[in-house]
Design a protein around this ligand. Structure first.
Ligand code: FES
Length: 362
């Protein structure tokens, strides 16, 4: 039994992270992951909803309640060694876990603040560019995301929230300005509110930043793949790369869209290209562009085109992907088959709080 370090109420336990390590308080109503990141621990994670597997850790001691099936994300060996997903595990006793904490990653404090819409602009018929001015600055690393929540006075979807990636690198000159590319989703109350009711001046609540999808150092050429509104964190990563003097790395940016009219942010991509000092190749790939159109670029699904676009040096790349899970899984399969080491493949799947299992009182 390890030492009890804190006074606490009946619904809190100690969560010891590594041995020797750090002990934090963990409520029975929040996941081990949230307990750790809310207290500034550089815990590896991305989605927070049981979809990416990055928060896996070894349960060394104690009991947890698991919210979802983990077997599809963990190997047979990991299951046998008592690995769990920290984002899907609620403490039911004092707990000791082992995990390789992120090294060199900026751990920004998670804050809650209000934001006022400064501009709303249609990028395509179903993607909005939303710029917010925050009451309180929210420092983040390019590639991270925030939860956006409609305030209570909006009558149709009180408390409805979703996660969206920041669409630009953090600007220390304007730390209270943040922007997002937001796609309308069918049946999504949040995006319906945004597309149908929100106006310049409307308020939102924000919580974040979350996630550790971010540019890793290295010399390899970059292969960036974005599907739909998944361009947001990829654009932010590339802007940050320029600021961090990594713009000399060759980059291939592939943007998947349905048709030519679904392409967007082309001016912004061109601005990045002009500031990039290495080779910058931008390839849009259209999946359902009409056969008779004048489009002379790539057609089809991105994973089908990867070898044709990148050539036989695909295995030398460091890859970053953001978009629908099917697109990411198909591309990763091609990349690993081509010999890219899985440690060089970083991705952010579109999984949001709609996938999140809310802890129930017992
Ligand atoms: Fe836990 Fe993604 S599975 S953060």
């Amino acid at each position: 039994m390890f030492d009890r370090l804190f006074r606490r109420g009946p619904t809190e336990f100690n969560l010891q992270i590594n041995s020797p390590g750090t002990t934090v308080r963990a409520s029975t109503k929040e996941s081990l992951l949230l307990a750790a990141i809310n207290q500034g621990i550089a815990f590896p994670y991305n989605c927070r909803v049981g979809g990416c597997g990055e928060c896996k850790c070894k349960l060394v001691q104690g009991k947890v309640k698991e919210l979802t099936d983990k077997s599809y994300l963990l190997s047979a060996e990991e299951l046998q060694q008592n690995y769990i997903l920290a984002c899907q595990s609620l403490p039911r006793s004092d707990v000791v876990i082992e995990v390789a904490l992120r090294q060199g990653a900026a751990a920004h404090p998670i804050i809650e603040t209000e934001g006022r819409i400064q501009s709303l602009r249609h990028l395509t018929h179903d993607i909005l560019h939303v710029v917010l001015e925050l009451q309180q600055a929210m420092p983040y690393t390019a590639g991270q995301y925030a939860d956006l929540i409609v305030p209570a006075e909006a009558d149709r979807c009180v408390g409805e929230g979703r996660s969206f990636s920041f669409a630009s690198a953090h600007d220390p000159q304007r730390p209270q300005r943040v922007d997002f590319f937001i796609r309308k989703t069918h049946g999504g109350a949040f995006t319906e509110w945004l597309f149908e009711q929100a106006v310049v001046g409307s308020s939102l609540s924000l919580q974040g930043p979350y996630g550790d999808f971010q540019l890793r150092p290295g010399l390899q050429p970059l292969l960036c793949i974005a599907g739909g509104s998944g361009l947001a964190p990829i654009k932010a990563l590339l802007e940050q790369a320029i600021e961090d003097h990594q713009g000399h790395r060759h980059v291939t940016l592939i943007l998947g869209a349905r048709t030519e009219k679904d392409l967007y942010a082309l001016d912004e991509i061109d601005q990045i290209r002009r500031r990039w000092t290495g080779r910058f190749q931008f390839i849009p790939v259209l999946s359902t562009e009409p056969a008779h159109s004048a489009w002379a670029g790539q057609r089809g699904l991105i994973h089908e085109q990867l070898h044709a676009i990148v050539g036989d040096r695909l295995n030398e790349h460091q890859a970053y992907l953001c978009g629908p899970p099917q697109m990411i899984d198909a591309c990763i399969a091609v990349m690993t088959q081509a010999g890219i080491d899985p440690s060089q493949i970083h991705f952010d799947k579109f999984l949001d709080s709609g996938h999140m299992v809310v802890p129930q009182d017992e």
